[in-house]
Write a protein that binds this ligand. Structure first.
Ligand SMILES: NC(=O)c1ccc[n+]([C@@H]2O[C@H](COP(=O)([O-])OP(=O)(O)OC[C@H]3O[C@@H](n4cnc5c(N)ncnc54)[C@H](O)[C@@H]3O)[C@@H](O)[C@H]2O)c1
Length: 323
């Protein structure tokens, strides 16, 4: 049984606590949050100082569910103590932080919560790519159009700021989609974007909208991400292959071939928490502990995120000054 600690007991932590309680080889032993009422919310040993928790509890692993900018320092300190790390996305908001996360991974297994990689439809699509089921990939397009209001930003002071969130619609909401695109494309040769703040200008520092162009060889990927829409619409990703178009909208995957549409059904885990968090957390976390038990590298290790992180950091390097 792995004794697991959790740092940051806000919104997403509930999903981690739930999964850690469900898995047979994990137990949530201790929690840390600067707010005592949150640190105590899961009924285990509670700390308001995460370093004290790391020093006192003999943890096998720690989950990082804190604001973005804290992930690298927390990963490094855990690794220094031999504690394995499972961090929420994004693992870092700048190149220095990303290097720190990779240094931590030289000491202990580090897992990154890109849970949508475990979505059966995504796995099916990656199989189509690998096995050339529908011929070569020609292009990808994706839309992440959600709603994040001034109230959403006011509720968590770290959001909407370069220093603590590191960006907006792209790094927080559309990062999963960017990751899935880069996983299909490989490291892009051309990386270009424009970023805007349309509806919360003057209220938040970061972008509410990003338009992204990625190209590798002859394959271009287009991503439009915005939190200025009226609702959280299902994410749409479309892969254009030589012989078919595969469209994934929310949980509905459709193959469009020779003018005919056919839905592909896949079993998914039940969603825990908000619908837009998807159903992948359990599979993603379970596989982290399975890989540790098996002594195998974890699928979502930092190496597997290198192209996504390099792409993300370059996009912000290009666009941040203009916002
Ligand atoms: N994988 C996903 O789909 C998904 C979904 C939602 C959030 N997330 C990620 O989870 C992380 C947390 O997001 P959230 O929405 O739960 O945020 P949140 O603001 O609701 O929670 C963050 C918690 O961290 C605590 N905290 C802040 N500084 C701390 C410190 N120094 N020590 C201990 N605790 C501290 C805060 O008090 C708060 O309770 C972010 O990185 C976010 O991107 C991922």
């Amino acid at each position: 049984m792995y004794r697991v600690g959790l740092i940051g007991c806000g919104g997403i932590s509930a999903v981690h606590a739930h999964v850690l309680g469900e898995l047979e080889n994990t137990e949530l032993a201790a929690c840390a949050d600067i707010l005592p009422e949150r640190a105590g919310r899961y009924g285990c040993r509670a700390y308001t100082d995460w370093l004290t928790m790391l020093d006192r509890e003999k943890l096998d692993a720690v989950h990082l569910c804190t604001p973005h900018h804290l992930h690298p320092i927390m990963a490094e300190e855990a690794a220094r103590r031999g504690v394995r790390v499972f961090t929420e996305k994004p693992p870092a908001i700048d190149a220095e932080g990303w290097e720190a996360v990779k240094r931590a991974a030289e000491r202990v297994p580090v897992g990154i919560c890109f849970q949508n990689r475990y979505h059966p439809h995504i796995q099916a699509c990656r199989r189509f790519l690998r096995e050339n089921t529908y011929g070569a990939l020609l292009g990808i397009r994706a839309f992440v159009t959600w709603n994040r209001t001034a109230e959403y930003y006011a509720a968590a002071s770290w959001k909407g700021k370069w220093a603590t969130e590191g960006g907006g619609a792209l790094i927080n909401q559309a990062i999963h989609t960017l990751d899935l695109i880069v996983a299909c494309l490989g490291m892009p040769e051309q990386i270009e974007a424009t970023m805007m703040n349309h509806h919360l200008r003057g209220r938040i520092e970061v972008e509410d909208t990003a338009e992204i162009y990625l190209r590798k060889g002859n394959v271009a990927a287009l991503l439009y991400a915005s939190t200025a829409y009226s609702q959280d619409a299902p994410v749409l990703i479309e892969w254009h292959f030589e012989q078919a178009v595969i469209r994934l909208e929310g949980d509905v995957m459709t193959v469009i071939r020779d003018g005919k549409k056919q839905d592909i059904a896949c079993e998914t885990d039940p969603v825990i928490g908000r619908s837009y968090w998807g159903a992948g957390h359990k599979a993603c976390i379970a596989d982290f502990y399975r890989s540790i038990e098996a002594g195998e590298p974890y699928a979502n290790d930092p190496a597997s995120c290198e192209a996504t992180m390099q792409t993300l950091l370059r996009l912000y390097a290009q666009c941040r000054a203009a916002l």
